[in-house]
Design a protein around this ligand. Structure first.
Ligand SMILES: C[S@@+](CC[C@H](N)C(=O)[O-])C[C@H]1O[C@@H](n2cnc3c(N)ncnc32)[C@H](O)[C@@H]1O
Length: 454
């Protein structure tokens, strides 16, 4: 797993056992740094002594300190806005009918980071006039108690709230000293609790939930751990409830107890129901969700902005297949990726992401001609995809097509500098380079591989 460092490999194994999060070679430096820091704080002679103590489970409390350092907390308000639009326009109207008898709703944000996701759900529900007087609450859980403490404080930086539409920001936050304080009325609806998703079954008194958000957590787990987590999650979703995963995540090959349901520009999972759900009788509340923002850029990095992704939604089979292929590629499961890419191409032949994934898959197998064909097809459909352009240029360089590669690297620079570059949608899990990083890589390649004649 982490070649060349047995102590670090043992630590990675322990972290995975304790939290489900797989630590790959890319995260090794981060893990080493976190381990050394904790070893020093605990007065251990070195990392090896610290790992030995962890292995003996003599440091049960230590995990509360270590896990926050090694888990990914990336989140912000209205992340994947189509999910929140679907909650407002499809899920809540159905639940208003289904729960009219009890006037009670329970939602769960599992792996809630610093509370951005459950607080967004609270904003969405607070906007529904018909829910006034209802008993609705949102449980927000995470393994990271430091993140939960931030969530409980309800204080966020500008970057976290950048995608909140202005009227909602005005209504639900107070700005003080450059920080945004979540309204106390919303905080009253949120229950925060430490919960490790690896420790199933979950001791949650109010389950099953009407809506479960388990977004961008599975992505860090290996397939066996994903399977265990999904098995534990299924019974927490009410028989007529809704489960949302991250846009790159899927239950394909994990369970067939829940089935994907098309929500227009995204999908969720539900227990297969014999009868179609009742049509909404309450008009959906208007919610000013943003179109599809790119993750908000830190204020200190204005150059190399990218345009928002496509507004065109993927139809359900394509969306699921793309998500499956992304996940399989991220985990290096080429066979699974191959069938998912084929399904995506069949379902959405004009979707650039499907072709780019075909290119990536071929690239990972060393099939350069097929990789070039996939990247070119994606760029034919959307010439502004700078990450795909960079992949194409790298591929050409490896193939020895130096002049073509040089031209493509230069197009990467031009696309990014023009501000019209677009990120490849639906592929967050693949960690493709940002606009800044892509520009840097193209510039470096041009400098090192194609130096100007002296
Ligand atoms: C990338 S964040 C996702 C946050 C939010 N769901 C979203 O999509 O914006 C992943 C979160 O999962 C949490 N997490 C990771 N492993 C966990 C575990 N075993 N139990 C509970 N939470 C976990 C991390 O601490 C982190 O806050």
């Amino acid at each position: 797993m982490i070649p060349g460092d047995r102590v670090l490999a043992r630590l990675a194994h322990l972290v995975e056992e304790a939290s489900g999060n797989a630590v790959g070679p890319a995260q090794a430096p981060l893990l080493a740094e976190a381990g050394r820091r904790r070893a020093a704080a605990g007065g251990f002679a070195d990392l090896a002594a610290y790992v030995q103590a962890l292995e003996g489970w003599a440091l049960a409390d230590e995990w509360r300190q270590l896990l926050p350092l090694v888990t990914v907390k990336e989140s912000y308000f209205f992340r994947t806005p189509e999910h929140f639009r679907a909650v407002a326009e499809v899920v809540v109207p159905q639940l208003l009918v289904a729960r009219a008898g009890t006037r009670r709703l329970r939602l769960w944000s599992a792996g809630c980071a610093r509370g951005e996701e459950p607080a967004t759900l609270a904003i969405v529900l607070a906007e529904v006039r018909e829910l006034a007087g209802w008993d609705w609450r949102i449980l927000a859980t995470d393994v990271d108690e430091e993140a939960l403490a931030v969530a409980q404080s309800g204080v966020y930086g500008a970057r976290a709230v950048a995608a909140v539409p202005e009227p909602l920001r005005h209504r639900y936050f107070r700005e003080r000293g450059g920080k945004f304080h979540l309204s106390a009325h919303l905080q009253e609806r949120l229950d925060y609790r430490a919960l490790n998703l690896v420790h199933a079954p979950f001791d949650l008194p109010e389950q099953p939930f009407d809506v479960v958000f388990l977004r961008n957590v599975l992505i860090y787990f290996r397939p066996e751990a994903q399977q265990r987590l999904v098995q534990a999650i299924v019974p927490t979703v009410a028989p007529d409830g809704f489960l949302f995963l991250g846009p790159c995540e899927t239950l394909w090959q994990l369970t067939d107890q829940l089935a994907p349901v098309d929500l227009g520009d995204c999908f969720c999972y539900r227990h297969p129901a014999p009868a179609p759900p009742p049509a909404p009788t309450v008009p959906p509340p208007p919610l000013a969700c943003p179109a599809r923002p790119t993750p908000p850029a830190a204020p200190s990095t204005p150059p190399h902005q990218v345009e928002a992704g496509p507004t065109r939604p993927l139809p359900l089979p394509g969306a699921e297949a793309v998500a499956t292929a992304v996940q399989a590629l991220a985990e290096g499961r080429q066979e699974a990726a191959r069938s998912a890419v084929a399904a995506a191409l069949l379902a959405t032949p004009t979707e650039p992401a499907a072709h780019a994934l075909e290119g990536l898959l071929a690239d990972s197998c060393g099939d350069l001609p097929a990789a070039l064909a996939g990247y070119r097809a994606a760029l034919f459909l959307d010439a502004q995809l700078f990450q795909v352009r960079l992949l194409l240029a790298d591929c050409l360089a490896r193939q020895g097509a130096r002049e073509r590669a040089r031209l493509e690297y230069r197009v990467v620079l031009r696309t990014v500098d023009s501000g019209r570059g677009r990120e490849l949608p639906f592929t967050e899990a693949l960690s493709l380079p940002s606009a800044r990083a892509a520009r840097e890589r193209a510039a470096t390649a041009l400098r090192s591989q194609f130096p100007p004649p002296s």
